[in-house]
Write a protein that binds this ligand. Structure first.
Ligand SMILES: N[C@@H](CCC(=O)N[C@@H](CS)C(=O)NCC(=O)O)C(=O)O
Length: 212
């Protein structure tokens, strides 16, 4: 069965799905969509994904949107997924909780930092607003710093599904140009990011894409 990921590689939410597919060793085709590629406002695309956003996963006549739901679906339907998303209820709930927190706690302030620094033209850049967003984003990252002081990955000793949503944003957090603005030092977070950088799938699906 043909598996298609709709979405541009520069989208953090698309990166999550590509990284997850690579970790699971699942083949797929990718079709550029969203951003300057467009294509997300057509009736055919909206029938698959009524939000008009990316990514969308398509497998035959089945289509799924919401990046974290796609990651869980991929793990749930493939044997290798049990290492990343174990069946044990409490282990799984812990992973799901951290995945949700990326969307509910990190995403909004992190978007403020990323758009303020990267996707805003230099003459319109508001460094005071970005500094406030950095402060709020750092509070979100400090949740991760706390658990990473106890173990190598977010949910425990091993890499699991919840490292993916946060890991995509870690590359931006460490890789953006800050124009003199500072971030608090978080050594456990940095060590975890360095650990992720040694994973081939992270290198191919996240590090290889410019922060734009
Ligand atoms: N909660 C959704 C958010 C999807 C989303 O906001 N996607 C952005 C890219 S990261 C998008 O489609 N932006 C418009 C576009 O690229 O055309 C998810 O996790 O999949």
């Amino acid at each position: 069965m043909q598996r298609i990921v709709w979405g541009r590689t520069t989208s953090s939410n698309v990166m999550k799905v590509l990284w997850g597919l690579d970790e699971l060793g699942l083949p797929y085709q990718r079709v550029d969509a969203g951003g300057s590629f467009g294509g997300t406002n057509t009736p055919a695309y909206r029938a698959m994904n009524p939000t008009g956003l990316v990514p969308t996963l398509q497998e035959g006549d089945f289509a799924l949107w919401e990046s974290n739901a796609i990651l869980r679906y991929l793990c749930g339907t493939h044997p290798a997924g049990s290492a990343l998303w174990p069946a044990d209820d409490r282990a799984r709930a812990n992973i799901d909780r951290w995945m949700d927190a990326q969307q509910t706690v990190l995403n909004r302030p992190m978007t403020g930092v990323f758009w303020g620094l990267v996707r805003t033209p230099a003459d319109k850049r508001d460094l005071n607003a970005v500094a406030a967003a950095i402060e709020e984003t750092a509070r979100a990252w400090s949740l991760i710093e706390t658990v990473l002081r106890q173990h190598d990955f977010i949910a425990g000793a091993d890499f699991t599904l919840c490292d993916i949503p946060w890991g995509v944003h870690a590359h931006r957090w460490f890789g953006m140009q800050y124009y003199g603005l500072t971030r608090p030092d978080m050594p456990a977070l940095r060590a975890w990011y360095d650990r992720l950088c040694r994973r081939p799938a992270y290198r191919d699906c996240v590090l290889a894409t410019p922060i734009v």
